[in-house]
Write a protein that binds this ligand. Structure first.
Ligand code: S3P
Length: 455
């Protein structure tokens, strides 16, 4: 490693330490899933859409850049975004590879969208995204008539040759994945006839809710414990004025911090609450969290609340596998809460965590273990022995390009006897730019390395 690389690494580190008395009111950043979808749908709507509260994270910027390369006219000024859509079926062939950075959602959703346009596009991403399985979207998209050029099994880089005459499909997903469901629905938009997706386990339903808001007819039928979602292709989307609600997965970090740090009282405003996303909040309530949901509003087709929390004595929890889709991104931070709860927690059925931004099942075990928590993985279950007296801490966590492991490790440091460090702070910008400043505003002791005071 040369000196520049060493300096760069140093620039990126940050450290959190024992913090009491977190107090204050903050707003959650815009929801990442809804932000991606608003950019994509506005880009193929007819007319000008105005999106407020768009998450300006690196993941969402990848979606914006990709949609611009595909022909949309997009301007972003602080978190106000104006998009002039080009209509369904009008995407142009991108001149350079579409770079999706760290974002599995951007990559899979846009792969669905381009797959039924007669254009060729090259999909690339960072080291983390290049290890994530794409077979789960390639399989259904191939049924539409799309052709894929693969160089390294199912992994990026991938060349997508969109179908010239796409054929509608009816597809039952084999993994509970909103990304797969949404890829198929977006492919169906430019396909004549009816495209259907069938889910055994419900996953986040923002694509469905937003399609309705953009004036697109969508039919949802519940039968034999499955959900069938159907659209008729080649209709049109109308432009919208929309406000993106706060992200419940991002809000979970200050919420958990407020619960586990002593003498704390924290409010997180404007948080989306949707039954396909609220597993983390159900779990915290079951653990005995003092948590209130107030000031209900309705934004972007979703219920939105302010969340108030106070320091709480948490009890261990047994999280059923059936809850996983509604909190799939939130196990790392729930694991922090479990590590200080009374008793042994078990989180069941976490196989999907192995294919996230990093292998989060082993990533959670690692960041807890190096900070002195007793933790084990049995089959795909995670078992965490809680210690209400506190955590030893002292670990330096290699975040492996995983923003949620990075933020969760810093939250763990707030209840640890010795400070906890992460090797890469920048990765947090993937979903939560401003995380450290926001946590500091509440009173959390988080320090960037000396070299990074300019960050
Ligand atoms: C997302 C779906 C989830 C989630 C991801 C965002 C989405 O992935 O992990 O952060 O916006 O559709 P899967 O649907 O693949 O589980």
């Amino acid at each position: 490693m040369n000196q520049d690389q060493k300096n760069n690494n140093l620039k990126n580190t940050s450290t959190s330490s024992l913090s009491n008395g977190l107090r204050g009111e903050i707003s959650a950043p815009g929801d990442k899933s809804i932000s991606h979808r608003c950019v994509i749908l506005s880009s193929i709507a007819i007319g000008e859409s105005r999106i407020e509260g768009l998450l300006g994270s690196t993941d969402v910027i990848c979606t914006i850049e990709a949609m611009k390369s595909l022909g949309a006219n997009i301007s972003l000024n602080s978190n106000k975004c104006i998009i002039n859509g080009i209509g369904i079926g009008s995407l142009i062939e991108p001149k350079k590879p579409l770079d999706f950075g760290n974002s599995g959602t951007a990559a899979r959703l846009i792969m669905g969208l381009v797959s039924t346009h007669p254009i060729k596009s090259v999909f690339v991403g960072d080291a983390s995204l290049s290890k994530r399985p794409m077979g789960r979207v390639i399989d259904p998209l191939t049924e539409f008539g799309t052709e894929f050029e693969l160089t390294s099994s199912e992994f990026f880089p991938i060349v997508v040759n969109g179908a010239k005459l796409p054929i509608p499909i009816s597809y039952e997903t084999s993994v509970p994945s909103a990304q797969v469901k949404s890829a198929v629905l977006l492919a169906g938009l430019n396909t004549p006839g009816i495209t259907s997706v069938i889910e055994k386990q419900k996953t986040r339903d923002h694509t469905e809710r937003l399609l309705e808001i953009y004036g697109y007819q969508i039919d949802i039928i519940e039968e034999k414990q499955k959900t069938k979602i159907s659209i008729t292709g080649q209709e049109s989307l109308t432009s919208v004025n929309i406000v993106v609600p706060g992200d419940p997965s991002s809000a979970a970090y200050p919420v958990v911090a407020g619960l586990i740090c002593k003498n704390s009282n924290v409010t997180v405003k404007n948080v989306l609450m949707n039954p396909t996303r609220d597993g983390i909040y159900k779990s915290l309530e079951e653990m005995g969290a003092k948590i209130d949901f107030t000031n209900k509003k309705f934004q972007a087709g979703e219920d939105v609340y302010d969340i108030l929390v106070e320091s709480s004595h948490l009890k261990a929890i047994d999280v059923p596998a059936s809850r996983a889709p509604s909190m799939i991104d939130d196990y790392p931070v729930l694991a922090v809460a479990a590590s200080i709860a009374e008793g042994t927690s078990i989180f069941r059925g976490l196989s999907e965590l192995k294919v996230k931004e990093s292998n989060r099942l082993s990533g959670i075990k690692h960041f807890l273990e190096v900070n002195g928590v007793n933790v084990a993985i049995k089959n795909d279950d995670l078992i965490i022995e809680g210690n209400p007296k506190g955590i030893k801490g002292g670990g330096i966590i290699n975040t492996n390009l995983d923003h949620r492991i990075a933020m969760s490790s810093l939250i763990l440091g707030l209840i640890s006897d010795s400070p906890v460090s992460i090797d890469d702070t920048k990765t947090i910008d993937t979903s939560f730019p401003g995380f450290i400043n926001l946590m500091r505003a509440l009173g959390a002791k988080i320090k960037l390395s000396d070299m990074s005071s300019a960050l």
